[in-house]
Design a protein around this ligand. Sequence first.
Ligand SMILES: *Cc1c(COP(=O)(O)O)cnc(C)c1O
Length: 374
Amino acid sequence: MSVNQVPFITLNRFEAGFKENFLGGVATLFEKTQFVGGPVVGELEAGLAAQTKSKYAIGCANGTDAIQIALRAVGVEKNDKVLVPDMTFWATFEAVVNVGANPVTIDVARDTCHWDIETFKKAVTEFKPKAAIMVHLYGWASPDTMEIRKYAKDNNVLLIEDGAQCYGTEINGESILGSALISTTSFYPAKVLGASGDAGAIFTNDEELSKTCRILINHGRTDHYSHGLIGWNSRIGAYESLFLKLSLEHIEARLESRRNAVKYYAEALQGLPFKPAQADSKVKENGYCAVGFIDPDLRPALIESLKKANIGFGTIYPGAMSMQSGAKAHLAGKIDNGNAHYVSQSVLNLPCFAYITKEELEYVCKTVRAHFGK
Ligand SMILES: *Cc1c(COP(=O)(O)O)cnc(C)c1O
């Protein structure tokens, strides 16, 4: 069948039998009235820990809660300063404010869209933060991830890693989520490992931190009616756990399909004013989104051509955090070299999802090349 449209993301490409397995499993949970908790949650957590090579994986309600819980678990308190990248999804900033702490936005490097060690050192020296949230945007990672981890540790900066976009990403052959002090992810349906609703998880290799997270996600409970901390209700549902557990069986195939799509774009779109981008060579990306850059003045016309051809696209993200109207009242400082703003104006994301077909990729590339008369 010839392709004449490609969505930016579609959630409907499931493996044969997936739907039947899920609905069959839901029927069983329904009959047992296992709605919150139960064995399926533990099974999912064991699968997540094994797949990310973490000692502990703790399921929770969503990726934003996961960051909030991680912040509280490491000991971030009211009025503490927390560094966040100026280029991320708003939830990273929001989580800091929601635990009563004060966000400081730190610019990213223009070429990698991530923090670099020099800017990070400068930020730690200038702001003396209690904590920092490193974000692995686009399913990439900073080539300086190891240096940033070490510098944070040596300078008593508690480093949380927001891995909402980096499920499956590796650096120097190691799982990012599994090698952090504490990391978080989101299972929002459009993420690389998506649920059929909201869900998230926290990962750590530290037993104490894992115990604190477990207490925090469940009303600060130390016992059924004993509450040792002010926590949240951030439990993961049983149906979501089942959906994710079944999805984990296919994660390698889904990652491969996404990674191949990103590679396809990189090869098929060479030599154009639109430049497809890939993660640094130290990083094995997960193919979360197909990122490209174009001169901000040329972006609107390319977007028009994509729209005309019924091709979905993204601009992840169209504005830096420090420039959001909601940021003003909370921003406790910033390092702004103009890079996050530049990225926000020049980024353009092409369709990318698990099991995108070769015909769909060809159609997108043909359209982009034709736009530039190539
Ligand atoms: C999606 C996302 C979140 C938030 O996750 P939710 O599950 O929607 O709460 C946080 N940080 C980043 C970088 C994200 O992409």
